[in-house]
Design a protein around this ligand. Structure first.
Ligand SMILES: Cc1ncc(COP(=O)(O)O)c(C=O)c1O
Length: 388
């Protein structure tokens, strides 16, 4: 077989490898506490499940339009108005099977050899993977612990070259839980006026998970960016729907046709019942989604305090999502070694910071999408390991 050369450049998401290894160990009888996987530990709310069941019973079994059914796109537009205060025409919304698909569409639309695409580092590993897959140069935007893993707009703007076509921003962020504040976004948007060829993809999949009464700052609110902003969001995290595969993007008007054509070439449409469930998620009661966020917030406080008590570990308080990203350099272990030893010797599954980029060394990702009892038990095990 002669594979296309670009296949050698496709990366992966190590969280899935850690999950597979943790499951194998659990199968062999080890007691595993999984703080490795980035998905809510709650079931999808019952009203959403019922809506999918009803859609199937009502006969929604066929293809839908590639960009998604109109009532779902209208529900998304209403949701955007409610939570971001911005009016978006439903025709600019494209429904896709998960947030990742928008990422792939946007990066493949702009990426090719000779082009530069900027992405957050440490950041969601698929950004860099797909950028390199296209042959474009992946340019990291370094995120630093001492600024709460926000980015510096000046640092982003300074790295723009005539070859820069796309900048990826993610707030609240995976794996750091970092939140970019409105002031920094204001600066970025003002500076981008000097670079009218640069498109921005704002991954706001954790938008509803922001703590300490800080409002979520969305890049969608800037009219001056509207003709070159791709907003990525979806249902996976907010409604505990990771396995349903449902996401959406708001595209600048001229890109809608390209995104729709990619959908037609790849997946035709998202399965119909899931789309009806998506309507119920957005338009039905929000109590379950809000209850989840309150639970994450409570766990966040517990985990950060406990992590800061561990020898050689310090952890900034994450402002959003459900991740903590402590600095572990003081433990004397490298990130990958600590990930492997903690899994093998204590049964605690975590993901090494190095899985999220070159600036992830010295850190390890904890997902606190798990019960307080499990979080406490995991940290007890880690404490015993580090104190030996
Ligand atoms: C920052 C970020 N964007 C997008 C996604 C993808 O979400 P989905 O499961 O909807 O594809 C994830 C999932 O972990 C994520 O962390």
């Amino acid at each position: 077989m002669l594979l296309a050369e670009r296949m050698s450049r496709l990366g992966t998401e190590s969280a899935f490898e850690v999950l597979a290894r943790a499951q194998k160990l659990a199968h062999e009888g080890q007691s595993i506490i999984n703080l490795g996987i980035g998905q809510p530990d709650f079931p999808t709310p019952a009203n959403i499940v019922a809506a999918a069941q009803k859609a199937l019973a009502d006969g929604h079994h066929g293809y839908t339009p590639a960009n998604g059914i109109l009532p779902l796109r209208e529900a998304v537009a209403a949701d955007i108005l409610k939570y971001r205060g911005v009016e978006v025409h439903p025709d600019r919304i494209v429904i896709v099977p998960g947030g990742k698909v928008t990422m792939y569409f946007a990066i493949t639309m702009f990426g090719e050899p000779g082009v530069e695409i900027m992405y957050p580092d440490p950041g969601f590993p698929i950004y860099r993977s797909v950028i390199e897959f296209t042959g474009a140069r992946a340019v990291p935007i370094p995120l630093y612990e001492d600024s709460g893993f926000s980015f510096s707009a000046d640092e982003v703007l300074d790295q723009i070259t005539p070859r820069t076509r796309l900048i990826i921003v993610n707030s609240p962020a995976n794996p750091t839980g970092g939140v970019v504040l409105k002031d920094e976004l204001d600066k970025l948007v003002a500076g981008l006026e000097r670079h009218p060829q640069v498109v921005v993809m704002s991954d706001e999949i954790y938008a509803r998970m922001v703590y300490d009464n800080v409002p979520h700052a969305s890049l969608l609110v800037y009219p001056e960016l509207a003709d070159r902003l791709i907003l990525l969001d979806g249902w996976s995290k907010t409604y505990a729907m990771t396995g349903w595969r449902l996401g959406y993007a708001v595209w600048p008007e001229p890109l809608v046709e390209h995104a729709t054509r990619l959908a037609i070439n790849i997946h035709s449409c998202v399965n119909a019942a899931t789309q009806w469930a998506g309507i119920e998620a957005l338009t039905g009661p929000q109590d379950e989604a809000e209850r989840m966020v309150r639970a994450f917030d409570e766990r966040r406080k517990v985990i950060v305090e406990r992590l800061n008590d561990l020898p050689g570990v310090r952890c900034v308080r994450p402002g959003g999502a459900f991740y903590a990203f402590p600095n572990i350099t003081g433990t004397g272990y490298g990130s990958r070694a600590l990930q492997d030893r903690l899994l093998d010797e204590t049964g605690v599954a975590l993901v090494s910071g190095t899985s999220f980029g070159i600036h992830g060394e010295g850190y390890i990702r904890f997902s606190y999408a798990n019960s307080i009892e499990n979080i406490e038990a995991a940290i007890d095990r880690i404490a015993r390991f580090l104190e030996r």
